[in-house]
Design a protein around this ligand. Sequence first.
Ligand code: HEM
Length: 508
Amino acid sequence: MMTITLIWGIVITVCCCLWIIFGIRRRKTGEPPLENGLIPYLGCALKFGANPLEFLRANQRKHGHVFTCKLMGKYVHFITNSLSYHKVLCHGKYFDWKKFHYTTSAKAFGHSSIDPNDGNTTENINDTFIKTLQGDALNCLSEAMMENLQLVLRPPNFPKSRSAAWVSEGMYAFCYRVMFEAGYLTLFGRDLTKTEAQRAQILNDLDNFKEFDRVFPALVAGFPIHVFKTAHQAREKLAEDLKHETLRTRDHVSELIRLRMFLNDTLTTFDDMEKAKTHLAVLWASQANTIPATFWSLFHMIRNPEAMKAASEEVNEALMNAGQTLSFEGNLISLNQTQLNDLPVLDSIIKEALRLSSASLNIRTAKKDFTLHLEDGSYNIRKDDIIALYPQLMHLDPEIYPDPLTFKYDRYLDANRKPKTTFYSNGVKLKYYYMPFGSGAMICPGRWFAVQEIKQFLILMLSYFELELVESHYKCPLLDQSRAGLGILPPLNDVQFKYKLKQLRRCA
Ligand code: HEM
């Protein structure tokens, strides 16, 4: 017994020595200060995962604006000075933007590699997104979303249709249901012959989406989906409903999905289920951040009487100028791009809500050894290391945003009530001061559409309903930190609100 214990003791000591000698990276001249962490492979991952903002602030105090942390076997260089963000983006030729994203997408959604270098596809997916989510394509998407939102929000889908009674519901659950259904119809089209059956299918998909999305942070962290049996089943069911044979029976399928179907059929070697899983990735990208962003925009607007008043006035004026009359049975409200873009108060409310709730991690991988030249120094970076920006540090910096934890609906309005675009750090005007949609080559291609659809939702809520919180002095819910790094954080708990149809003009 003694001998076995002794042998184990020696083995463990030798492993520890080997790890200390060979496993721990040593900082070389010109490299940023280094935190290896105490746990082999994980490094600082547990501390980072527990509270990324506090972890980064503590390291910033200890090391300054640039430092390196070992996380899950990777060396990540955090650049935390917002004045340096534009400098980082100037080093694009040294970065591989795609490697991390392609690998993560394949792992999480279960399709083969979409990296053209791996030979399964020749589609340039970035080009497809830009072509189909921006410019002229945005007009069609936006029109379809406005129509679908009204289909979901207006009678007969509205519970207790036409009654003047208040309906109470969890606000997050409400935003989830409305945005998911309207967004799904907008991207994947409508089955005009089976409206009710399709609605039931979408609501079923909604439950599956929630189940799958719940484990998404674990999938990104590298856990295999087989560990999560129900989430795995949910993912397969979601993909089943996105197979090409089903989508071909739909009307008004978005340009994004039509083009992806065509390219998937011509440029890839994927089987039917894999093609469907690449559509599931698009569904996730279009919903996972938009839903919590919609919640926070509505919540802060309703909770702040001044914001609510300013937003209502702006919306009433915009509808009047556009000659739109509100009625439940009559025409749907419709605003074109120019009219939607000319709503600075709503823009400011949405920006402020996203500033307070966004926690995305912007990642690039170094293609080769190079020197990163920043505002406050130059740093040597090794091949395959990761450069990371965590814009939440900037969004909550009191020097840039005084009283940073308070929602101020007009923070992004200037003295003339026009969009405010000048923000300063250390007396220097910032090039980047608002980054919930990422940055550089990986910036969200759906950002214009995302803002349009949240705006449309707010316009319709203000136009058709009276809105109140059930408890008027409800404290702001905490952010769900388990999703930090992935984008907009949802609330940790739901908030009850009530809504009632406004007494609108009836059509003859
Ligand atoms: C408030 C809502 C949204 C936020 C905050 C948001 C944020 C982001 C961020 C931060 C990224 C980059 C991720 C990275 O660097 O790894 C991203 C990527 C992406 N987003 Fe969004 N997004 C939103 C809504 C949308 C919508 C409505 C769409 C529409 C389809 C969309 C489509 C995409 C796509 C396709 C990508 C991947 C781009 C690529 O891999 O080339 N997003 N989004």
